[in-house]
Design a protein around this ligand. Structure first.
Ligand code: ADP
Ligand code: MG
Length: 618
């Protein structure tokens, strides 16, 4: 309980004692009124103040206003006991709500229990325990078995297995060797690791994720906007309905004012939309928290909502549907020998982060003589142009060869992606590399189809025949090949134009040169983001591991959350409608009104908490 909540609790207790005393005391007339006014001031003074302050600010119709009018009205009708009781129960309900919201936020924080509490840093040969925030990039930290990894870094010494479950939802530990990257927030399981910190705490994965989850509730979903808009019309509407209820029957049918005024006041108490106002953001918050347990980071309720009605999914190929770890299957030199061609390609590509370049460097396997390299430029979707020993080396696809005017470049009879190489515009031959589909890629497409996704599309910068064979293998409806990053955006625009009303388009990429497309889609999903900043920035939804089946998981979680939101809206409005009708007919008194409101809130909050419960798959 927070201090504010504790204060409210004390006020409620004091008011309750005074209330009982006022009821029991044998008072009549003015002394009786004074006694109840004192209790009323204790319990409802702040509500009255808030109502007045909001009226001055121009926000007339809110809960405070409803409660103030209803209770002041009751006091005017000399229904002192009821007027005070309504305030008392209203405050109890509010306290319960704020407690429940706090609790659920806490439990999300606990689920996301990835915040490291200390780091053991090595300074001047001494080990010191410090706050992770005090460690600078470049320092050495020691991580013992069982400890949480406090900062991102590279293993210098030691082997171990690392449990990434808290971040990815994946239960299989990862083997970690010297040279590997370790990600903060994971747990070191078996061996002692000496790690060189690569990023300070504020930039490390763990604090980025925590920021993301904490900020996610500030991006409002359409349902939340709906509630705000709804309240804007709803509250004035019920106030006028209450006014009509108080005035019309007595005027038209000559009935007694006091009984109709009382009905109108009851009507006002019932109308308070607390349950709705509170439970909907809470449901989204729960859905976001539950998703993050499965390694799915959703940047806001609006994206959960968009995900739930996704019907077109476009994929990037390399690194998203395929592993992106290419194996060199053939080297076809036309001027030099195989070793030299491969070495040249690896050197020219040495500054690139593209999966193709990483595989070439791996296949080369030797030291790269960077001093031979004087300039390097990456041309997204085509390849690289670098200056090696003063000569201009181009490595990339046929489009690149064409643009530099290298004659004689030609397709290869082998299947796979070709990296063509030219030196000073003279064609040198090509290297054929093969990538394989991820093991669960076909399953991911099937699952999406079961979930009602009617169109799957693959966008790739790779050659047509590679695109075709991957699309056929995975069961993807359409593919577009040989696209530059800019072309991907225009294909996406066309897909966006072709979807029906109310449908959403998701684009899934690996964050390497597809940020513009991620940004343009209704929902941009980046995968394999463990440690990749660009992807975390650009996407709306970030999948921590690189399994395509997580996309279907994300859609399922989104749908469950929205189902809960809808249940809460229907339930809360339904109960309201019934009790309002009863109140107007004089069949529900103020007590019923208060209890129905608190009851609906409690049930709606409990239902909202269900959104948290998403079982991560292994
Ligand atoms: P995808 O759309 O499949 O993710 P990219 O847009 O990253 O692929 O790249 C498209 C094509 O451009 C690749 O298939 C390759 O032919 C070429 N290419 C891109 N970057 C490089 C590079 N660093 N080295 C060689 N070729 C490259
Ligand atoms: Mg790619």
């Amino acid at each position: 309980m927070t201090r504010k909540q504790r204060k409210t609790l004390w006020r409620i207790l004091i008011a309750a004692v005074l209330y009982i005393a006022a009821l029991a005391a044998p008072l009549e007339g003015l002394p009786r009124l004074t006694a109840f006014l004192i209790v009323y001031a204790v319990i409802g003074g702040d509500i009255l103040l808030k109502a007045v302050r909001n009226i001055i600010r121009g926000q007339v119709f809110d809960e405070n206003f409803l409660m103030s009018v209803a209770t002041v009205g009751a006091m005017c009708l000399e229904e002192y006991a009821e007027g005070v009781a309504v305030m008392l129960f209203y405050q109890i309900g509010e306290l319960f709500q704020s407690y429940a919201v706090g609790k659920s936020r806490q439990s999300i924080a606990a689920l996301m229990d990835i915040r490291p509490d200390h780091a053991t840093v090595e300074r001047d040969g001494q080990q010191q325990q410090v706050d992770p925030e005090e460690v600078a990039a470049g320092e050495i930290i020691i991580i013992r078995p069982g400890e949480r990894i406090p900062l991102d870094g590279i293993v210098e010494e030691g082997t171990s297995s690392v449990d990434t479950a808290a971040l990815t939802g994946e239960s299989l530990p990862r083997e970690t060797l010297p040279g590997h990257e370790v990600i903060s927030g994971c747990v070191n399981l078996s061996g002692v690791l000496r790690v060189r910190v690569s990023r300070e705490y504020g930039q490390s994965t763990v604090s980025r994720i925590l920021d993301l989850v904490e900020n996610s509730s500030s991006r409002k979903s359409k349902s939340e906007h709906f509630i705000t808009r709804f309240a804007k019309y709803y509250t004035p509407a019920v106030v006028f309905a209450a006014l009509a209820l108080a005035v019309l029957p007595p005027l038209l049918f000559g009935q007694s004012f006091s009984s109709w005024v009382e009905r109108a006041l009851t009507f006002l108490v019932i109308s308070c939309p607390c349950a709705l106002v509170i439970s909907i953001p809470l449901s989204f918050f729960g859905g976001i928290g539950g998703a993050s347990r499965s390694g799915i980071l959703v940047k806001g309720g609006n994206y959960l909502e968009a995900l739930a009605s996704v019907s077109v999914v476009a994929f990037d190929k390399t690194g998203t549907l395929t592993r992106g770890s290419f194996e060199v299957v053939a080297v076809h030199p036309e001027q030099t020998d195989e070793r030299e061609l491969l070495g040249l390609a690896a050197l020219a590509e040495s500054y690139s982060d593209h999966p193709i370049s990483r595989s070439l460097k791996e296949a080369w396997g030797r030291e790269i003589e960077r001093e031979r390299l004087s300039d390097a430029e990456e041309i997204p979707g085509q390849g690289v142009i670098a200056v090696v020993d003063g000569k201009r080396v181009a490595a990339g696809n046929l489009r690149l060869m064409e643009s530099i005017g290298a004659e004689g470049a030609h397709e290869c009879h082998l299947p796979g992606t070709a990296v063509h190489i030219a030196v000073d515009g003279v064609y040198q031959g090509h290297i054929i590399i093969a990538d394989v589909a991820k093991p669960d890629a076909a399953e991911a497409i099937r699952e999406l189809r079961t979930l009602g996704v009617r169109r799957t599309v693959m966008l790739t910068g790779d050659a047509r025949k590679v695109g075709e064979s991957v699309a056929r293998e995975l069961g993807i409806d359409e593919y577009y090949a040989e696209l530059l990053p800019g072309d991907k955006v225009s294909v996406l625009e066309r897909l966006l134009a072709g979807k029906k009303e109310g449908e959403n388009l998701a684009f899934v990429g690996d964050g390497i040169n597809d940020a513009p497309v991620l940004g343009r889609a209704d929902v941009g999903i980046a995968m394999g983001a463990l440690g990749s900043d660009a992807a975390i920035e650009a996407a709306d939804v970030v999948l921590m591991d690189d399994k395509p089946t997580r996309i279907a998981d994300a859609v399922r979680i989104a749908r469950k959350t929205l189902r809960i939101v809808r249940q809460n809206i229907v339930f809360a409005l339904g109960v309201k409608a019934v009790v309002l009708a009863l109140g107007a007919a004089g069949l529900a008194n103020m007590w019923a009104a208060v209890f129905s409101d608190v009851g609906v809130s409690v049930i709606a909050i409990l239902n909202a908490m269900r959104a948290l419960d998403t079982r991560p798959r292994t």
